[in-house]
Design a protein around this ligand. Structure first.
Ligand code: PEP
Ligand code: MG
Length: 574
């Protein structure tokens, strides 16, 4: 029996036989060739086949997982079609009089190295995409078929050095109980796909995992803690089996609240809304009985493309969500690019601290034309439903005023052009920086509503980079400093009879939902698949019962004590 740990990226228990996915490493050696043109033609043919394969995977992923997840294959296509890459490989063939396999390997090796050395985690992850593309092209050149995992006959736990986005997106969830990889971090695509597919997964297990395991060996793991058991003992299996049964029972229990309202035992109602990244996901919000869209992250309309989306393209996207949601509110957050979200086609400064740099509203206020195009599109779509506009990452009153000024300018333009829009569209701002949480009483006078973005609020309050796994143990929404800022924000809104929601990941944290209820927040907005659980928790709580408990918990002076007390409370009341 061996116990290992890795980075948990997708929760759930998996128990089963290991299937080791050993990529048959092709030997790529340098060969002197006689005809350069033949090598170039072979490359062209392989690229064409590669594009055909990627198109097919894109379509399949779009259908099964939606646009946001399929976007990575659009990016792959752009990479494979990139003329710079083609030219570099062809030049290498010419200059070295060598075979295409070797030229491709050398060119991509250097590019991958370049990506890996970048400060930006998002760009570092792109190295994996390039590796994926090289692997695909090498397989095509060698005549080998892609390891597509379709040959798996009985349910297994997949063990691999790394998994490409193509492999993960195509997994048959009835055959793959879970997966563990040696490489990867919290933001790697494999983890993101696993979560969407509902497959438990652990990545970043450094201990020569592949050498410790052989095919058919028994493995068990807990995707929420990162614990892995090789040849688990009877006792360990019992514990995990018990956890698995409990989880199944839990899901059954949660689903009993379908069709019921999000009301506490003593009649206090809270709005539960969904977060979306593209128009297609709005349907999942309705399927899970969300009362609206609390956060539409519009930056995904800008990502995985070759250029900025036009006003018309954006208008259509916003209009489709507004129309689908009918009278239900839809909060459209203006572009939040920068930080870990980059646009390949937009020239951005190379920054030492991208999260503290040229991001979100800062970028929009500098690039007024981009911002105004988006504002016009939102305004035009506002006549088709109940749209609201929200500005991200505000730090100062000057920024808020400037953003509102530009919204007014966009309105004037449309008026002049006789284009209809809702002139009373509600304006909100995200509270994601301590500056605005502290001054919430001033900011609330200037907007119609607040939405608290805990993902960033935690990062900026505790000075902990939200995507850096080396400090992830310090990232805590339970820290009393964070909770006080949130309390202050909610109180400011309530004192001014304004509406306030929470839309960061902490909104759906089962331990924190009682705290948000106690604070009197109006709305919690989260991934659509978490809405039913949140409703079940709310329906199991009485506000009265919370009062004394939460008041005392908030007197504790550290995040770990607060978390511990909330776990205890959770066990008592649920
Ligand atoms: C947040 O910061 O909590 C938030 C919802 O925005 P994002 O995660 O997109 O930065
Ligand atoms: Mg944010």
């Amino acid at each position: 029996m061996t116990t290992l740990t890795g980075i948990p990226v997708s929760s759930g228990i998996a128990i089963g036989k290991a299937l080791i996915l050993k990529e048959s490493k092709q030997e790529i050696s340098k060969k002197t060739i006689e005809n350069i043109d033949i090598e170039k033609m072979r490359f062209e043919k392989a690229r064409k086949e590669g594009i055909r394969q990627i198109d097919a995977i894109y379509k399949k992923t779009l259908k099964s997982l939606g646009e946001e997840k399929a976007a990575v294959f659009h990016a792959h296509k752009m990479m494979i079609e990139d003329m710079e890459l083609v030219k570099s490989v062809e030049n290498y063939i010419e200059e070295n009089n060598c075979n295409v396999e070797y030229a491709l390997h050398e060119v991509t090796k250097n590019l991958i190295l370049l990506f890996k050395q970048m400060d930006n985690e998002y760009m570092r992850e792109r190295a994996a995409d390039l590796q994926d593309i090289e692997g695909r092209l090498q397989k095509i050149l060698s005549g080998n078929v892609e390891e597509d995992l379709s040959h798996i006959e009985e349910p297994v736990i997949l063990i691999a050095e790394d998994l490409t986005p193509s492999q993960t997106a195509q997994m048959d969830t009835t055959k793959i109980l879970g997966f563990i990889t040696e490489l990867g971090g919290k933001t790697s695509h494999a983890g993101i796909f696993a979560k969407t597919l509902g497959i438990p997964a652990i990545v970043g297990v450094n201990n020569n995992l592949l050498e410790k395991l052989s095919n058919n060996q028994k493995v068990a793991f807990d995707g929420s803690t990162g614990e892995i058991y090789i040849d688990p003992t009877k006792e360990q299996l019992q514990i995990l089996g018990h956890k698995l049964d409990e989880h199944k029972e839990y899901i059954k229990k949660i689903n009993q609240v379908k069709g019921k309202s999000a009301k506490t035992i003593d009649g206090f109602t809270i709005e539960l809304a969904g977060n979306i990244g593209n128009p297609k996901e709005a349907k999942y919000v309705l399927d899970n009985e969300g009362c609206g869209i609390g956060l539409f992250r519009t930056e995904f309309l800008y990502m995985g493309k070759e250029g900025l989306p036009s006003e018309e393209e954006q208008f259509k996207a916003y209009k489709s969500v507004a129309t689908l949601m009918k009278e239900k509110p839809v909060i459209i957050r203006t572009l939040d690019i920068g930080g870990d979200k980059q646009l390949d086609y937009l020239e951005m400064p190379k920054e030492m601290n991208p999260f503290l740099g040229f991001r979100a509203i800062r970028l929009c206020l500098k690039k007024e034309d981009i911002f105004k195009t988006q504002l016009r599109a939102i305004l035009r779509a506002s006549v088709y439903g109940n749209l609201k506009v929200m500005f991200p990452m505000i730090c100062s009153m000057e920024e808020l005023n400037k953003a509102k000024e530009l919204l007014e300018k966009a309105k004037l333009e449309l008026e002049k052009e006789n284009i209809p829009f809702n002139s009373n569209i509600e304006i909100g701002m995200m509270i994601e920086t301590p500056a605005t949480a502290v001054l919430a009483d001033l900011f609330i006078k200037e907007v119609d509503f607040f939405s608290i973005g805990t993902n960033d609020l935690v990062q900026y309050t505790l000075a902990v980079d939200r995507i850096n796994e080396h400090v992830s143990n310090l990232y805590s929404p339970y820290n009393p400093a964070v909770l006080r800022l949130i309390k202050n924000t909610i109180e400011a809104a309530k004192n001014n009879n304004k509406w306030v929601g929470i839309c960061g990941e902490a909104a759906s944290d089962p331990l924190l939902i009682p705290v948000w209820l106690y604070f009197g927040v109006n709305e919690l907005s989260m991934s659509p698949n978490l809405l039913m659980e949140a409703k079940w928790i709310i329906r199991s709580i009485s506000n009265k019962q919370l009062d004394e408990n939460i008041r005392n918990i908030l007197l504790l002076n550290s995040g770990s004590e607060i978390k511990e007390a909330l776990i205890k409370l959770n066990k008592e009341i649920l």
